[in-house]
Design a protein around this ligand. Structure first.
Ligand code: HMG
Ligand code: MG
Length: 303
């Protein structure tokens, strides 16, 4: 198997990870988590979402979080924006990248952003235009790329269609998301191959939730296709409030442990990443949802 020599990881923990927490997490804790992630060598951090606070109260402090980050040169801070109101907030907060989020499932699109797939594309077009006018690149998610909590299995043709529509409106790069973590390697490869019809590998990432424990296997399957950019969440935090029962993204620690063990460079310091994981898990009063982090923390405790 010919694998990429280098992988870029976007830590989505401060956004995808924390958005699903029931109890409010203070902005200061979110900011400290971002600081710890950048100290661990993360160069891409999904910091927050400029969405309706009625829909996702946990992200209601987006502007405060963005204003509080001591920005490190070379780090890209991205934020979600579902509409023109969101992108206005994102640009006012000096986000380095705007993330729009479409779905390959009609039912999920309705539940998550209250409109059809086609309406969402129409709504995203001015978001892309506004970001580009400010010189800010745009990333597009394709949610439910293998399965949907409401519709079940999703055909690769749906992923292909959404990738094409995202390209039509000028989205710079995309990622294929297994929102509810039901994918298995061949199905994830089929979804990625469908998206690759419209975007090259350089503009494509994988975003795998780990509900069924398949995310690392799916990451390896994506690597085998040449995909070298992945989203992951520190401590395996998270889930989507509109995908009930789905757990967090694959833990960044687990992905980094696997990649380093395979001789693939990430630029991330695993020890410092485990510090970030222990910090946020301590705040949330639970163990990290990462096998590698728990193993390394036990080893530290025993030393
Ligand atoms: P809507 O209710 O149809 O929107 O929601 P609306 O335009 O009718 O506005 C309703 C109210 O929201 C208004 O306030 C607006 O001002 C306000 P009111 O007049 O009632 O006081 N509003 C906003 N406030 C702040 N920022 C905004 C904004 N927009 C409207 N940007 C909408 C439509 C898209 C806004 C809503 O459905 C929404 O915010 N959805 C976001 C849901 C979300 O964040 N889900 C989680 C992220 S996606 C995810 O996790 C998946 C991903 O990880 C990939 C994967 O794993 O699949 C990305
Ligand atoms: Mg997600």
């Amino acid at each position: 198997m010919q694998l990429p020599a280098k992988v870029k990881i976007v830590d989505v923990g401060p956004r995808d990870g924390l958005q699903n927490e029931k109890e409010p997490v203070p902005a200061a804790v979110k900011i400290e988590l971002i600081h710890r992630l950048q100290a661990a060598g993360l160069r891409d951090i999904e910091a927050t979402s400029f969405v309706s606070p009625k829909w996702v109260p946990q992200m209601g402090d987006a502007a405060q979080v963005m204003a509080g980050i001591a920005r490190q040169p070379g780090v890209r801070y991205s934020v979600l924006a579902p509409n023109v109101q969101g992108v206005a907030g994102a640009l006012a907060a000096n986000a380095d990248m705007v993330v729009i989020f479409a779905a390959a499932s009609e039912a999920f699109s309705q539940r998550n952003i209250n409109c059809s797939i086609e309406e969402s594309i129409e709504r995203f077009a001015p978001v892309v235009a506004a970001a580009h006018a400010a010189g800010v690149p745009v990333r597009g998610a394709i949610s439910c790329a293998v399965g949907c909590p409401y519709e079940g299995e999703i055909a690769p043709a749906q992923v292909e269609m959404v990738a094409r529509r995202l390209k039509d409106i000028g989205t710079d790069e995309i990622y294929v998301a297994d929102t509810i973590g039901v994918g298995t390697p061949r199905k994830v490869q089929a979804a990625l191959e469908a998206a690759l019809k419209h975007y090259p590998l350089e503009k494509m990432a994988g975003h795998f939730h780990d509900t069924y424990g398949m995310a690392l296997a799916n990451t390896l399957a994506a690597l085998a296709l040449g995909v070298w950019q992945f989203d992951a969440s520190v401590a395996g935090l998270g889930g989507c409030p509109y995908a009930k029962g789905a757990t967090g993204n694959v833990a960044t620690e687990d992905v980094v442990y696997m990649l380093h063990g395979m001789g693939i460079d990430t630029g991330i310091d695993l020890d410092k990443l485990v510090d970030a994981s222990a910090f946020i898990s301590g705040f949330l009063q639970r163990k990290p949802n990462s096998r590698a982090a728990n193993a390394l923390l036990s080893k530290r405790a025993a030393a």
